[in-house]
Unconditional design. Structure first.
Length: 557
């Protein structure tokens, strides 16, 4: 095994370095062992992450018991739920890059030999996995766990119910007392948002792609099994170090196909597409929208999960979690069972060694009787999005929508129109200049989409944006439109009352305006001034690329 930490602590020239470690309580025996970084995204910004420092202690115990020396450090994490609906959401996707960069810098600076990564809220999962891929040191990811559902009048609640309740209140369909009751009960403890939103989607993917231990995605944050899973992750990381198994050996093209299969089988968040594109870039795997569509078309949608369905992650955990889904897929040869994983064994070997129950249940459908015959993370292309756009069809009954555009140049304007009852049935709401460069940061639109659903408009309008949607969004909502408005994409040329068609069966998103008229508008169009000219958001805007390539930042060389 490769021991980079010897560059820091071995030899007489490194006496000063050893002195600093000894100031922190390490002994010569500790310094003789491999160093394993234990990174977490713990903070008091969000319930998704507040418990992670305690989980890090369990990971450190596992590393120590396996014969290595753990070194804990933390990085940032943005709460998507709390940043939602205002300027703060512009920082969310940017945080993915900051998380990856900061982990890289810490590991490179201190020459750690391996890495355990513990993450909770949405962008901290892909950010941590991106750093692992970039560093290519033996690494194991582990999720902080889902929150338990809130209970009100016998109904399970998630944070999305609170957002939708705001829309119901604005429409006069819910009392202030009713809104307060939902607010007070929806989020009962620590953990990430409970449905198959982005955090639980990426946790499910972490198992399918092989970077996490089998069975690690579904146990709730406050379940006793979560601590054991994190302890086992610490031990597994040392085992990978001894075997010299690196992320580049795990993150193969076939592993990414497994991840896309899982994304569609569980009806996961469209953000999973963005993050898998970014992760594949870190290991030099050429992944395109065509790959997502190819895999989607042969993957049945099996799991009846919120927001489009009826169940939360805790419910899936009770019937066997992600291994239960993986086994169904493997039995029908829908995943590559020979892919190596963080156990050092293949997916097929992992599943064969597990006692996976076959309970009577309604959550995961049989392969031959799926919720949908094909997957739900759909790629669209057309005159409005020549480079592509995405839509999640889980829980969406319609397959085609044609309507006149109502155009807004930022999310706040659209939300205000929704709150004031100014959105017309049958229209396509267009929210633009919210893309990776234009926002910058490609904001999620949950506050607006949930308000529409709460007002009863969820099945009566469509939305198109160059921004993103939360994993909690439901309805006929198209995001990631590329090229984005800020760089002159066709979405920048849309005017009120232009007709737009979205068709998820033919994968079309078209703007019904003649090329001659579009050319005239193009000549009249000029890019707006940037919203930020200094600081992190300005730096991000100058480096970030298209959503169609994962909204990754590329150095200017």
């Amino acid at each position: 095994m490769e021991i980079s930490s010897r560059n820091v602590v071995a030899g007489t020239a490194r006496a000063p370095h050893r002195a600093m470690y000894k100031a922190m309580g390490l002994t010569d025996s500790d310094l003789d062992k491999p160093f394993v970084g234990v990174c977490h995204t713990g903070n008091e910004a969000t319930p998704c992450n507040i418990h992670l420092p305690q989980l890090a202690l369990k990971a450190k115990e596992g590393v120590t018991d396996a014969g290595a020396t753990p070194r804990e450090f933390s990085t940032i994490a943005v709460s998507d739920g709390i940043a939602m609906g205002h300027e703060g959401m512009k920082s969310s996707l940017v945080s993915r890059e900051v998380i990856a960069d900061s982990i890289e810098l810490m590991v490179r600076a201190h020459q750690y030999d391996a890495l355990v990564g513990i993450a909770g809220c949405d962008k901290s999962l892909p950010g941590t996995m991106m750093a692992m891929a970039r560093l290519d040191l033996p690494s194991v990811f582990v999720y902080g766990g889902t929150i338990m559902p809130g209970m009100l009048n016998g109904k399970e609640l998630t944070i999305v119910d609170v957002y939708e309740a705001v829309g119901a209140y604005d429409a006069g369909n819910l009392s202030l007392e009713g809104l307060k009751d939902i607010e007070n009960t929806a989020c009962p403890n620590s953990g990430s948002c409970g449905g198959m939103f982005t955090a639980n989607t990426m946790a499910s993917i972490s198992e399918a792609i092989g970077l996490a231990l089998p069975g690690s995605a579904s146990p709730p944050a406050e379940d006793d099994r979560r601590g054991k899973m994190v302890y086992d992750t610490g031990r597994a990381c040392v085992d990978l170090l001894e075997q010299n198994i690196k992320p580049s050996q795990i993150l193969t093209f076939e592993a990414f196909e497994n991840a896309i299969t899982m994304l569609n089988a569980v009806g996961g968040s469209t953000n999973g597409i963005l993050h898998l594109l970014a992760l594949s870039n870190e290991v030099g795997i050429k992944l395109t929208y065509d790959d997502f569509e190819r895999v989607r078309r042969k993957t049945p949608h099996l799991a009846d999960m919120k927001p489009g369905g009826n169940y939360v992650m805790n419910s899936l955990d009770k019937i066997g979690g992600i291994p239960f889904v993986l086994k169904k897929l493997l039995d029908k040869d829908l995943i590559h069972g020979n892919c190596i994983t963080a156990t050092g064994k293949t997916i097929k070997e992992n599943l064969a060694s597990m006692n996976i129950p076959e309970p009577e249940q309604q959550i995961v459908r049989p392969i031959d009787n799926p919720i949908h015959r094909v997957g739900t993370a759909v790629i669209l292309k057309g005159s409005l999005a020549p480079d592509g756009a995405v839509i999640k069809t889980a829980g969406v009954e319609m397959t085609k929508f044609t309507g006149k555009a109502q155009v807004f140049d930022r999310e706040e304007y659209a939300f205000d129109a929704v709150a004031k009852g100014e959105i017309d049935e049958g229209h396509v709401i267009v929210i633009r200049y919210e893309g990776p460069k234009g926002g910058p940061g490609m904001r999620e639109m949950l506050a607006t989409t949930a308000a529409l659903v709460g007002q009863g408009l969820g099945k009566k309008v469509a939305m198109v944006t160059d921004g993103r949607f939360s994993g909690g969004t439901r309805g006929f909502m198209v995001g990631h439109v590329a090229p984005e408005a800020y760089v002159g994409g066709p979405i920048a040329l849309v005017k009120n009352n232009d007709e737009i068609t979205i068709d998820t069966e033919t994968n079309i998103i078209d703007l019904h305006v003649s090329e001659e008229e579009l050319q005239k508008r193009r000549q009249e169009w000029s890019p707006p001034k940037p919203n930020y000219t200094k600081g992190a958001l300005a730096k991000y805007a100058s480096l970030v690329g298209s959503a169609a390539q994962g909204a990754i930042t590329t150095p200017i060389l």
